[in-house]
Design a protein around this ligand. Structure first.
Ligand SMILES: Cc1cc2nc3c(=O)[nH]c(=O)nc-3n(C[C@H](O)[C@H](O)[C@H](O)COP(=O)(O)OP(=O)(O)OC[C@H]3O[C@@H](n4cnc5c(N)ncnc54)[C@H](O)[C@@H]3O)c2cc1C
Length: 454
């Protein structure tokens, strides 16, 4: 008898779980419910119209990955035959009258030379301790003292100015690491990102040929008919005989188990009713949307400065400070530079977050909203330890960025891990490094009873 499983959410985590289960059609029968009109969650690709009547595809949020860390993603891409394409990320910031940019000498950079040197010293010290986190081993990871110190505290300890934090460092992070609450992160996590991004020079990066949409199209080939887009779940009722899933039209279906591959706040809203532990743990996961809240996808280059920086021709991202808060930023992703097949585009491919001036309506393609999980100390030290206690209780399983980390790799991996716990095989055992990291993050998501892969 096949086990019937409901998956709520078709982002990286939900698709990872569905794909792993789909490899055992004899044992699992599943349905994926997705609110949005397309699969992919945060990973969305838009078609940018060109003057010749054609279009150019470009990602609008999730744009790049780091092969040396994304072991499972790299395996997946090779299995699906998706080509990895090199690109270069380079940012420029307008902060009042100040300008900061990769590979550019400006008065602000000269003024902040002392901070840049202090920041490099901080990177060296924390980086040495981070060697403890670079092995998939809990016994060494817990020894790193910078797991227990916020980045804000580390910046204070090294005497780094507010000016450097908000004119240089945070704009770099909002571009390349794409997360909110960055200074509340453990210093070890923050500095780990800096292994891949430099504050002074542009950085090589890797993206997906054709955008993330191309990855999803290949990934779901064998089970597209099991995915129901535009069908939000509105209630999850758990009983001794199974889980009943109710959609927005009031249609209810029975399953043996449910995998909630949506954000913690969305999952909590579905549970009818949530248990005390679920309320406490899921309710404690914080989401911030200030940096990437309102995205407008457009082709209006007048939102970019027309000056010596030539951002439209040379930069991957442009950040403009506005308002009273030190970190109110308008952020424009210059996608025709980020994804190399776009650089021949006749019309610019742009995505602006928190636009101060709206683009010409005739040049607007679509609008989006996003939320980011905040990996503050409470999340990484307390919630990561508590999530496993929820797993499998009352036939309910959880995966997604909040159960591991906020990246495509880690969300995907959490979906594979939950599927593994339900009995699916882990698909990449031939790659020992990928397997070790899978087991490491599987334990983070599901605890010590996780069925590790060999
Ligand atoms: C602007 C931005 C840029 C990013 N850039 C990168 C990047 O370049 N590289 C990278 O590795 N990571 C990036 N990330 C992080 C990455 O996108 C996330 O870690 C990842 O998408 C998390 O996947 P997920 O499956 O956990 O959640 P999501 O992608 O959020 O998917 C959850 C899905 O659940 C659905 N859902 C929610 N509630 C319901 C319901 N009731 N019924 C049915 N469906 C529901 C949602 O519609 C959504 O599709 C970025 C994130 C953002 C916001």
């Amino acid at each position: 008898m096949r086990e019937r499983i409901a998956i709520v959410g078709a982002g990286a985590a939900g698709l990872g779980a569905a794909w792993a289960l789909s490899r055992h059609p004899d044992r699992f029968d599943f349905e994926v419910y997705e609110t949005a009109a397309t699969v992919g969650g945060n990973a969305r690709t838009a078609d940018f119209p060109q003057r010749d009547g054609g279009t150019v595809p470009a990602d609008i949020a999730v744009t790049a990955f780091i092969p040396s860390v994304y072991h499972n993603h790299v395996e997946l891409m090779s299995l699906l035959g998706i080509e990895a394409v090199g690109t270069r990320f380079s940012y420029a910031v307008h902060y009042g009258d100040d300008v900061y940019a990769h590979d550019l000498d400006t008065p602000l950079r000269r003024r902040l030379a002392g901070d840049i040197a202090a920041f490099r010293r901080l990177l060296r010290t924390v980086g040495r301790c981070n060697a403890l986190n670079k092995r998939p081993s809990w016994s060494t990871t817990v020894l790193n003292p910078f797991n227990y110190v916020t980045m804000r505290r580390a910046l204070d300890l090294w005497g780094i100015s507010q000016e450097f934090r908000y004119k240089v460092l945070k704009p770099l992070f909002v571009n390349f690491v794409l997360t909110s609450g960055v200074f509340a992160m453990p210093a070890s996590v923050f500095v780990r990102y800096m292994d891949f991004f430099d504050i002074e020079h542009s950085t090589p990066m890797i993206t997906w040929q054709g955008g993330t949409r191309a990855v999803h199209a290949r990934l779901i080939e064998g089970f597209a008919d099991r995915i129901h887009v535009g069908r939000p779940v509105t209630g999850l009722f758990r009983g001794p005989d199974g889980v009943r899933v109710r959609d927005a039209d009031g249609v209810t279906e029975r399953f043996d188990q449910a995998i909630l591959a949506c954000n913690a706040n969305h999952a909590l809203a579905l549970l009818q009713p949530p248990g005390a532990m679920e309320r406490r743990v899921l309710g404690a996961v914080r989401y911030e949307s200030d940096l990437h809240r309102d995205a407008v996808v457009h082709t209006d280059a007048s939102l970019l400065p027309d000056d010596h920086l030539h951002v439209s021709g040379t930069r991957s991202t442009f950040v403009r400070h506005f308002g009273d808060r030190p970190d109110n930023y308008e952020i424009t992703y210059i996608m025709h530079n980020q994804q190399p097949w776009g650089d021949g585009a006749v019309s610019p491919c742009l995505v602006t977050y928190n636009a101060r001036r709206q683009p010409d309506p005739a040049k607007v393609i679509s609008r989006h909203r996003f939320q980011h999980v905040v990996h503050d100390l409470r999340h990484t030290l307390v919630l990561h330890a508590l999530v496993p206690l929820l797993q499998g209780r009352r036939r309910t399983w959880y995966c997604g960025a909040h159960t591991t980390f906020n990246s495509q790799e880690h969300a995907f991996l959490s979906g594979l891990a939950v599927a593994r716990q339900l009995g699916a095989d882990y698909p990449f055992t031939a790659n020992k490094e990928a397997t070790r990291w899978f087991n490491f993050y599987g334990r983070m998501c599901l605890g010590m009873r996780f069925r590790t892969a060999r």
